[in-house]
Design a protein. Structure first.
Length: 235
């Protein structure tokens, strides 16, 4: 082979040589072909088809979840403070009624005792209702968050070229690059914000205003029952 012709041949890429050989052999059409049709890769790396997300981090580290957590903590502290004040007040009334018993007729004492017990029961029911409302607020806001987050996660998957999103808690082993929790938090923060203006379930109102709790505290799973005195003061 002439030296110039040999030099030109060595400048041709291996892929071009392979395609040229296949064309010459009659095994490929003259039309352009893709790497997939040839059965080999040109070095491109496809995005992972499966991605994971940590649902707990997604919720609690988002602006929305942090706002709900702070509100639940503040309401729980306010309820506890209010319960303590009411217990103190009812205990004082009970002591006064017990002290006055010797000076009252059986009928008068019974009337006072019945009124006291009715007040204690009404207050107990009211405070337990407030505890239920705190839980209802927490549950409703978490449900509202994920209802809003699902289409955002779907859009994120589409952008990344992924097909499946799994909860990280059900995955035994996975590479770090398939987790999109940080990207998901950034997306919902940008599109949803803290969601305070559109909350659907209100928190209860309290007579006692509680200071904001420290950030390290965790919201209670359930408020304890209200322990109020209900004496059996028989004449």
């Amino acid at each position: 082979m002439h030296r110039a012709a040999l030099h030109r041949t060595l400048l041709v890429s291996p892929r071009a040589l392979l395609v040229t050989f296949l064309l010459a052999a009659g095994t490929l059409p003259a039309a352009p072909v893709s790497a997939q049709q040839l059965g080999f890769s040109l070095g491109t790396v496809d995005a992972p088809a499966i991605r994971t997300v940590d649902q707990d981090r997604l919720y609690f580290e988002s602006l929305f979840g942090q706002r709900v957590r702070a509100q639940v903590l503040a309401a729980s502290r306010a309820l506890e403070t209010e319960n303590q004040r009411l217990v103190t007040e009812l205990s004082a009334r009970e002591a006064e009624l017990t002290a006055a018993r010797p000076d009252l007729s059986p009928e008068a004492f019974r009337a006072h005792a019945d009124a006291f017990n009715q007040d204690a029961e009404r207050i107990r029911e009211s405070q337990e209702q407030k505890a239920r409302e705190i839980r209802q607020f927490q549950d409703a806001e978490q449900l509202r968050f994920f209802d809003a987050a699902v289409p955002m996660l779907d859009g994120l998957l589409l952008e990344l070229g992924a097909k499946v999103l799994l909860d990280a808690r059900v995955v035994l082993l996975a590479a770090d690059d398939i987790d999109l929790t940080d990207a998901a938090i950034a997306r919902v923060d940008a599109e949803l914000g803290d969601g305070a203006e559109t909350a659907e379930v209100p928190l209860p109102r309290f007579d006692t205003v509680s200071e904001d709790p420290p950030a390290s505290e965790d919201p209670p799973e359930a408020m304890p029952p209200v322990e109020l005195p209900s004496p059996e003061l028989d004449p």
